[in-house]
Design a protein around this ligand. Structure first.
Ligand SMILES: *Cc1c(COP(=O)(O)O)cnc(C)c1O
Length: 403
């Protein structure tokens, strides 16, 4: 990939996404499931640019959404409604109503109280809401605590016991239909065993519900969370993953629904930023770049590691912190990494930035959000221009009161 030419053409800071890499990741997972009934619903929160969603929709993917805004994005990008699911911790009434109106595949409910709201809203609207219960299987996914979601101390889902009661309630409701069962134990998972253990627990729950005869219950939703290589992690083998899940639930005759986010987009994305200055303070060396935590928050938020390269130079030299211009000590991309001597305007590539990168960006410090570019079949195209200064304040300007 010609980083220098792209930075020249589109400016920095810049996100570039290899669409062919994304397609390959999708195919790897789809082929791992092979002839078994499966649906891959791309977790669009990982990278919700419309062109990215549309890219996966064209390959046959559905969309896992966590807000009404994301459902609207999925629809705009052409994801058919029968492949859209709505997950997320706290759904507002208007979001539930919006999802029911959009007639999506199902709503993943996260608590007894939320199930009550879905039922009441479906009743008001005179519809039957297709739902799935998010079960918290209480399993340690062995990932970073911030992205672990399937332990009972995490806020997500309900216990197996509570889920049983909720399916009974769904069975007895005229406005609810059980369509799926769901778990999602965490993100950036690099071990298969916790996923398979969760599969076992949830499959056992399902078997114990047999007597309820929930005919519409067709989707066994194993969540997302498949990890990628940032440093030297070895990702879970897709074939072992698909086969392992299938073996544990084949007696149940369900469609396996999987919600990958990072796996599809993470390694396909690169963040380009230019060196502004080098600075020393005592023994400490800083490389100051034009990108910042408002562009890529993962190092600050999760202490995440991203491989860093200076275009045209070897990745060795004295240790340095790579920092941005934002007025926060937490504004950094790397700490104590070996870097060659840099000069003003040297181009830096921050790798594996395609998931939870641009989507977490903000305008903090009145910085314009970066541009996004797609690379596909050897050509590049803009999929979101850099924000203009006018865009930063256009929604405030007319509301500014003159005393
Ligand atoms: C975030 C999320 C995903 C995607 O997670 P990845 O780690 O990016 O694969 C899938 N399902 C749910 C419910 C999520 O919240």
């Amino acid at each position: 990939m010609d980083y220098a030419a792209l930075a020249q053409k589109y400016g920095t800071p810049l996100y570039i996404y290899d669409f062919d890499h994304m397609a390959r990741q999708y195919q790897i997972l789809k082929e791992a499931f092979g002839a078994r009934k499966s649906l891959l619903a791309y977790a669009i929160k990982a990278n919700s640019n419309l062109s990215v969603i549309r890219h996966f929709a064209r390959l046959g993917a559905g969309a896992d959404c966590v807000s009404l805004g994301e459902i609207k994005r999925a629809q705009l990008a052409g994801v058919p409604k029968y492949k859209i699911i709505f997950s997320g911790m706290g759904k507002r009434d208007d979001e539930i109503a919006g999802a029911l109106k959009a007639d999506i595949l199902f709503v993943n409910v996260e608590s007894e109280a939320e199930l009550g709201r879905v039922e009441a809203i479906a009743e008001q609207m005179g519809v039957v809401a297709r739902v799935s219960v998010r079960v918290n299987p209480d399993i340690d996914p062995k990932t970073h605590p911030y992205i672990s979601t399937g332990l009972k101390e995490n806020k997500f889902g309900v216990s197996i016991e509570a889920a049983r009661g909720m399916y009974l309630r769904i069975k007895n409701s005229a406005h609810l239909e059980a369509t799926g069962i769901h778990f999602h134990i965490g993100s950036q998972l690099t071990e298969l065993d916790p996923i398979l253990e969760a599969t076992d627990r949830v499959a056992d729950l399902l078997r114990s519900l047999k007597a309820l005869e929930l005919e519409g219950l067709r989707f066994f939703d194993v969540g997302g969370g498949l990890g990628i290589t940032y440093k030297e992690e070895s990702p879970i083998d897709a074939k072992a993953y698909a086969e392992g899940i299938y073996q544990r639930i084949k007696d149940l005759d369900m469609t396996i629904l999987c919600e990958p986010g990072r796996f599809l987009t993470g390694a396909a994305g690169h963040f380009l930023t230019r060196v502004l200055y080098e600075k020393r303070s005592g023994d400490k060396r800083f490389v100051v770049v034009d990108g910042a935590m408002n562009d890529l928050l993962r190092p600050t938020l999760y202490k995440a590691y991203h491989r860093i390269e200076i275009v045209g130079k070897e990745s060795q030299g004295p240790l340095a912190d790579v920092v941005g211009p934002v007025c926060e000590s937490g504004d950094y991309f790397a700490k104590e990494v070996p870097l060659p001597e840099t000069a003003h305007d040297d181009l830096m590539v921050i790798h594996s930035a395609g998931a939870y990168g641009f989507v977490m960006s903000s305008n903090y410090n009145s910085r314009r959000r970066a541009a996004e570019v797609a690379i596909e079949a050897g050509s590049d195209r803009l999929i979101r221009p850099r924000e203009s200064y006018e865009q930063l304040w256009q929604s405030e300007l007319e509301w500014m009161q003159t005393p």
